[in-house]
Design a protein around this ligand. Structure first.
Ligand SMILES: Nc1nc2c(c(=O)[nH]1)N[C@H]1C(S)=C(S)[C@@H](COP(=O)(O)O)O[C@H]1N2
Ligand SMILES: [Mo]
Length: 526
C-alpha cells in the first residue's frame, strides 16, 4: 500500500487578485440589484406606483419606526424626511448588494438564494400595504426574474476573465465583462428612467384634477376685515399659498385618484349607508371657509401650520342624513392608500364648520393636499380631523377601533393647543439698535386668541398689538414695536385664548397630543 502525496505547489494557484474579486462582487451585486429595481420600478409604474418594492419597504419603515425615530427624522430632515428615508433604503440595498455579488461569484446558487431572499422581503413588504392587491407582487417578481438573468450573465462573464495558468493571471475577456456590465448598467438606468416617465405620464390624478370644474360656492366665506394682516415684512401671510402650505403624511408617493372610479362611502352604524360620486357630493352645494390647520408634530415655533380658504361640503348634515345610530362616538375616515383617521363625532356635529373640502385657495385640492376630497375639522390637529384622499367614512365607537396614529400611541382626542410663534426677526438675525418690529402668528382654533405678550430678556411681559381676528378658527397676526438696545437679546412670546388661559412655559414634546412651551428667539443688535 502506498501513499501518494501531492507535491505542494510552490505558489498558490493564481486566482484573481483580492482587490479584483471585491470589485467584481460589487459590480455584479450592484448591477443585479440595479436592474431588478429598475425593472420593478417600470412594472410598478404600469400596474400600481405604490407596488414599487423600494417604496413598499420605505412605507413599512414609516409604519414601524418608533415614535422617537420619527420625531428625530422630522426634526432633522423636515419636509425632506421622505427623501431621506428613501435614500436610506437605497443605501441599505446597495450595501447588501455587495455581499450578494460576492456570494454569486463564489457559487451561483448562493447568489440565487440571496436574490430569492430579497424577492421574498419585497413581496412581504408589498403585500403588507393596507390596500395591496395580488397584482402588486408583479413588479417584484418581474424585477427579480430579469435581475436573475443579469446576475447569471455577469457571473459567467466574470468567470471567463481569469485564466489560471502559470505566472500572472491573464485577463482574457476583461472587455467582455466590462461590456456586459455596461449593458446591465444601461438597462438599470433606462428602466428606472422610463418608469419615472411612465409614472408621470400616467398621473391620472393630475389629469382628473385638471378636468374638475367647481361651481361657485353657495355660501362664500364671510368677508375678512382689512386688518387681518398686520402689514409687517417677514410675518406669515394670512392665507398660506398652496405651494407653501406644509405637508405632513405617510404617503411616499402622492396618491393618484381617478375621479371616474373614485367613490366616497358612508357606512358603519348608520341607518342609511350611502355611496357618493364626486359630482353628487359637489351638487349638494359648496361652502367656503377660512380655516387654520396645524399638525400635532409641530415643535414650538415650528412650520407645520397654515391657513387656507377651503371650499367644501358641510359634513354634519351629510352624516345626519345617513342616520347615525345611538351610542356612536367616532367617525373613522379611510384614505385611498389605507390611512385611517378617527374623529370624535361630537366635534363634527357641534356646529363648527366640519367640511369635506374639495378646493383650497380657489383651486381644486392639490394632489399633495388630498385630491379629490379631504376632511377638515376646525380645532383638531390634522391627524384626528383632516384625512386626505378620503374614500370612506365609518360611524363607530372609540372602543371598537383604533385608527393609525392611535395604534402608535398618539392621543385619540386631540384638540389644538394654544400656540404662538415669532416669525420676525429670524433667529440670530442682526439688526440696528432702535425700533425693531417683532411679529408673528398665534392660534387657538375653536377658542380664538385674545392676547399676545412679548418679553425681552427677563423684562416684563408687554402686550403685543393684535391684528383682526374674525373667527376663532383662524390664526391671528400680532406685532410688537421694540426699542432695541445693542447686545444679544432673547425674545419670547406667549398667547392667551378666549377662555382666559395663557400658554404654559412648561415644555412638552409633540408626542402624544401636541407641544407646549413658549417660543423664543435670539437676536443680535448692533
Ligand atoms: N391620507 C392621509 N391623510 C392625512 C395624513 C396622512 O398621513 N395620510 N396626515 C394627517 C396629518 S398628521 C396632518 S397634520 C394633515 C396635514 O395636511 P396637509 O399635508 O394638507 O397640510 O393631514 C392629515 N391627513
Ligand atoms: Mo399632523
Amino acid at each position: 500500500m502506498s501513499t501518494t502525496i501531492e507535491p505542494r505547489p510552490a505558489t498558490p494557484p493564481p486566482g484573481p487578485p483580492r482587490g479584483m474579486t471585491a470589485a467584481r462582487g460589487l459590480v455584479v451585486g450592484v448591477l443585479t440589484a440595479g436592474v431588478a429595481l429598475g425593472v420593478a420600478h417600470l412594472v410598478a409604474a404600469l400596474v400600481n406606483p405604490a407596488a414599487d418594492p423600494v417604496l413598499a419597504v420605505g412605507s413599512v419603515a414609516v409604519d414601524m419606526v418608533p415614535q422617537a425615530v420619527k420625531a428625530f427624522a422630522i426634526r432633522t430632515f423636515g419636509a425632506n424626511d421622505k427623501i431621506a428615508l428613501l435614500a436610506g433604503v437605497y443605501t441599505v440595498l446597495a450595501l447588501s448588494a455587495v455581499p450578494l455579488g460576492a456570494a454569486a461569484l463564489r457559487r451561483r446558487r448562493y447568489g440565487l438564494a440571496g436574490l430569492a431572499a430579497f424577492a421574498a422581503a419585497g413581496v412581504a413588504a408589498v403585500l403588507s400595504r393596507p390596500t395591496a392587491t395580488p397584482l402588486d407582487v408583479l413588479p417584484v417578481l418581474v424585477g427579480t426574474g430579469v435581475g436573475t438573468a443579469v446576475m447569471l450573465v455577469l457571473v459567467r462573464a466574470a468567470g471567463s476573465m481569469v485564466v489560471s495558468g502559470s505566472g500572472r493571471p491573464r485577463l482574457l475577456n476583461r472587455r467582455q465583462f466590462l461590456a456586459t456590465a455596461a449593458g446591465a448598467a444601461l438597462t438599470a438606468g433606462a428602466t428606472a428612467t422610463i418608469g419615472q416617465a411612465v409614472g408621470r405620464r400616467s398621473a391620472v390624478g393630475a389629469r382628473s384634477r385638471a378636468a374638475v370644474r367647481l361651481p361657485s360656492p353657495a355660501q362664500p366665506a364671510p368677508p375678512l376685515p382689512g386688518g387681518v394682516s398686520a402689514g409687517v415684512d417677514g410675518v406669515s401671510p394670512f392665507h398660506t399659498p398652496n405651494r407653501d402650505f406644509y405637508r405632513v403624511d405617510t404617503a411616499l408617493t402622492v396618491p393618484q385618484v381617478d375621479l371616474e372610479t373614485w367613490r366616497l362611502t358612508v357606512d358603519g352604524s348608520v341607518d342609511r349607508p350611502r355611496t357618493w360620486t364626486f359630482d353628487d357630493l359637489v351638487a349638494r352645494g359648496l361652502v367656503e371657509r377660512d380655516i387654520t390647520l396645524n399638525c400635532v408634530s409641530n415643535e414650538v415655533g415650528g412650520p407645520y401650520v397654515g391657513t387656507a380658504r377651503w371650499t367644501g361640503i358641510p359634513l354634519a348634515p351629510l352624516l345626519r342624513e345617513a342616520g347615525i345610530r345611538a351610542g356612536q362616538n367616532q367617525l373613522v375616515s379611510r384614505s385611498v392608500e389605507g390611512m385611517t383617521i378617527g374623529t370624535p363625532l361630537e366635534a363634527i356635529l357641534d356646529g363648527r364648520d366640519a367640511l369635506l373640502a374639495v378646493a383650497m385657495n380657489g383651486e381644486p385640492l392639490p394632489l399633495e393636499h388630498g385630491f379629490p376630497v379631504r376632511m377638515l375639522v376646525p380645532g383638531l390637529y390634522g391627524y384626528v380631523g383632516a384625512c386626505k384622499w378620503l374614500t370612506s367614512m365609518k360611524v363607530t365607537t372609540f372602543d371598537a377601533f383604533d385608527p393609525y396614529w392611535v395604534q402608535r400611541g398618539w392621543a385619540a382626542d386631540a384638540p389644538v393647543k394654544t400656540a404662538s410663534r415669532i416669525d420676525t426677526p429670524k433667529p440670530f438675525a442682526q439688526r440696528r439698535a432702535g425700533p425693531v418690529m417683532v411679529a408673528g402668528v398665534a392660534w387657538a382654533q375653536r377658542r380664538g386668541i385674545t392676547a399676545v405678550e412679548v418679553q425681552i430678556d427677563d423684562g416684563p411681559w408687554r402686550q403685543a398689538r393684535l391684528a383682526d381676528g374674525p373667527s376663532p378658527d383662524l390664526w391671528r397676526q400680532w406685532t410688537y414695536r421694540w426699542d432695541a438696545t445693542p447686545g444679544s437679546h432673547t425674545l419670547r412670546v406667549r398667547a392667551t385664548d378666549a377662555t382666559g388661559a395663557t400658554q404654559t412655559d412648561e415644555r412638552a414634546a409633540p408626542f402624544p397630543d401636541g407641544a407646549t412651551g413658549w417660543h423664543s428667539t435670539t437676536v443680535a443688535i448692533t
